[in-house]
Design a protein around this ligand. Structure first.
Ligand code: 13P
Ligand code: SF4
Length: 299
């Protein structure tokens, strides 16, 4: 029996669904029942009927699934897969920031810990940050944590300014406008799509700023044969699979999130076999964090 067959057998026995983020290794995306961006995964996790959710991604994603499914077993095959951006703000730091700006509403990127979500008014992902922020009145003061880049991009789209926390994604922060210029030289006429976690200098010279799910939707409707992709390179597997007639080149070949790449078929098998590692969020944090996630899903 191959390892994939073994996983399938255990998956059926345990009534499990396997979810994967767009940045996961190709073989994990192929194994998953559903692969998507953070918003698509949160929506999927909110409606699962299976008893077990195997989350191939990083810790905050499994935590979100656990918050939305307190009575199900959520397994993270890679307990050491964190998100450095999510760890760039603590609950205490956010409480201090809120105390400095009384009356401000807190928007938190879903790339955050359960404690940060619990301290926030509403979560956002890179797909819906603009729509969520627009649902607050223009005179409402907004604190945006932890990603300064998604925060500043969202504020720019609305012609507003937010109180930003200086967090960032180390993988996206390594991209530069110079790399885009070189990629354009190598592939003239190819549209440049970048993620809003990229710094402003990169976003400003791109053609489109999109979440990973947004990139997939955008490319489907276009006729250009080549696209330049400014985000974690895992998305290229999905783009290529869904658009075999088009070509995709990364802006930065080494834009690889080491945590997203920790998942292996062996770890997924281990996870189902040993029921490891269960991700659970304790009360009262879970209920408070759920409110923020549900507020986002309602927009
Ligand atoms: P999206 O898939 O929502 O674009 O998020 C990117 C990301 O960095 C997740 O960690
Ligand atoms: Fe975190 Fe960046 Fe990795 Fe996404 S790509 S999980 S934001 S470190």
């Amino acid at each position: 029996m191959t390892i994939v067959e073994e996983i399938r057998k255990l998956q059926a026995a345990r009534k499990a669904i396997i979810l994967a983020h767009n940045y996961q290794p190709a073989e994990i995306q192929e194994l998953a029942d559903f692969t998507g961006d953070s918003l698509e995964l949160a929506r999927k996790a909110a409606g699962v009927s299976e008893e077990v959710v195997v989350f191939c991604g990083v810790h905050f994603m499994a935590e979100t699934a656990a918050i939305l499914n307190p009575n199900k077993t959520v397994l993270l095959p890679t307990p050491d897969a964190g998100c450095p951006m999510a760890d760039m703000i603590t609950g205490e730091q956010l409480r201090d920031l809120k105390a400095k700006h009384p009356g401000a509403k807190v928007l938190c990127y879903v790339n955050s810990t359960a404690e940060i979500k619990a301290e926030s008014d509403c979560c956002v992902t890179s797909s819906n940050a603009v729509a969520v922020a627009r649902s607050f009145t223009a005179d409402q003061k907004i604190i945006f944590v932890p990603d300064q880049h998604l925060g500043s991009w969202t504020a720019e789209q609305l012609g507003r300014s937010f109180i930003l926390w200086p967090g960032f994604c180390p993988t996206h922060a390594r991209m530069t406008d110079r790399q885009i210029a070189l990629a354009r030289e190598a592939h003239p006429g190819a549209p440049v799509l970048v993620h809003p976690e990229c710094p402003k200098g990169v976003r400003d010279v791109a053609d489109q700023v999109l979440s990973t799910g947004g990139m997939c939707r955008y490319v489907k409707g276009r006729t250009e044969p080549v696209f330049l992709i400014g985000t974690e390179t895992g998305i290229i597997h999905r783009l290529q699979k869904e658009n075999p007639e088009k070509q995709f080149y990364p802006i930065l070949e080494s834009a690889v999130c080491p945590n997203m790449k920790k998942t292996t078929l062996e770890k997924v098998l281990w996870s189902l076999k040993e029921n490891q590692t269960v991700v659970r969020v304790e009360e009262p944090i879970a209920s408070r964090a759920r409110k923020s996630i549900e507020a986002m899903l309602a927009v």
